[in-house]
Design a protein around this ligand. Structure first.
Ligand SMILES: CC(C)(COP(=O)(O)OP(=O)(O)OC[C@H]1O[C@@H](n2cnc3c(N)ncnc32)[C@H](O)[C@@H]1OP(=O)(O)O)[C@@H](O)C(=O)NCCC(=O)NCCS
Length: 167
C-alpha cells in the first residue's frame, strides 16, 4: 500500500459530525453514544480542550480530544480508522498532545479505557503510559475501566522562570 501524506491540525466546527461518528463506532460501541455531534462541537469550541485531527486528504483518519486543567490533562477520546491503523497516526496524535501539554506546563496525563481493550492497552503502553487502577463498572455499570497515567514532570509550580528583556 502506498503511504499517504497525513496532516495533523486542530478540528474545526465542520469536523464535529465526522468525529462524533468515529467515536460512536470506534470507541463507544456497545456503550451508548455520549459524544454525539453537539458534544464534540462543545469540545471543539472549549478553550480548555484540544481536538487534533489527522487527515488523509480531506478525510479524517484519526482524532483525539484532550481536556486541560492547571496541572493535569485528561485524554478523553482517541481513535484511528481501522483502514489507517498501525501507520503511526495514533502515535503522531499523542505526540502532538504531549508536546502541547508540556508547553502548557501540564504535570501529568490521565486516561481511562475499557479494561478489555487489549489493543489500546498495548498502544498506550507503547506511548509511555503506566497502568494505575481498574475501576469496576465504570462504563454504564457494566464494564470495567483501566486508568493509565503518563507523568511529564514533578507536580507543583512550573519549575522554570526567566527574566523578560527590559530593553
Ligand atoms: C489504539 C489506536 C488509537 C492506535 O492507533 P494506531 O494509529 O493504530 O497506532 P500506531 O500505529 O501509532 O501505533 C504505535 C504503537 O502502539 C502499539 N500498538 C498499536 N496498536 C496496537 C495493538 N493493536 N496491539 C498492541 N500494540 C499496539 C505498537 O507498539 C505501535 O507501534 P508499531 O506499529 O511500530 O508496533 C487504534 O487502534 C484505535 O483507534 N483503536 C480503537 C479506538 C480505541 O480503542 N481508542 C482508545 C481508547 S479511547
Amino acid at each position: 500500500m502506498t503511504a499517504h501524506a497525513i496532516t495533523v491540525r486542530l478540528a474545526g466546527q465542520r469536523d464535529a459530525q465526522a468525529i462524533a461518528l468515529m467515536s460512536r463506532d470506534l470507541v463507544e460501541s456497545g456503550l451508548g453514544w455520549k459524544y454525539d455531534a453537539a458534544r464534540v462541537l462543545k469540545a471543539i469550541r472549549d478553550p480548555d480542550t484540544l481536538t487534533p485531527v489527522a487527515c488523509d486528504g480531506g478525510r479524517i483518519a484519526g482524532f483525539g480530544i484532550m481536556e486541560f486543567g492547571d496541572e493535569r490533562a485528561h485524554l478523553v477520546l482517541l481513535a484511528v480508522r481501522p483502514t489507517h491503523r498501525r501507520m503511526g497516526i495514533g502515535r503522531r496524535l499523542v505526540d502532538w498532545l504531549v508536546e502541547s501539554s508540556r508547553t502548557a506546563g501540564i504535570a501529568s496525563l490521565h486516561l481511562e479505557l475499557r479494561a478489555a481493550n487489549e489493543a489500546a492497552r498495548g498502544f498506550y503502553r507503547a506511548m509511555a503510559f503506566d497502568e494505575t487502577i481498574v475501576v469496576p463498572g465504570y462504563y454504564r455499570g457494566r464494564e470495567a475501566a483501566l486508568r493509565m497515567i503518563r507523568v511529564l514532570r514533578a507536580a507543583g509550580p512550573v519549575p522554570y522562570t526567566w527574566r523578560p528583556s527590559t530593553t
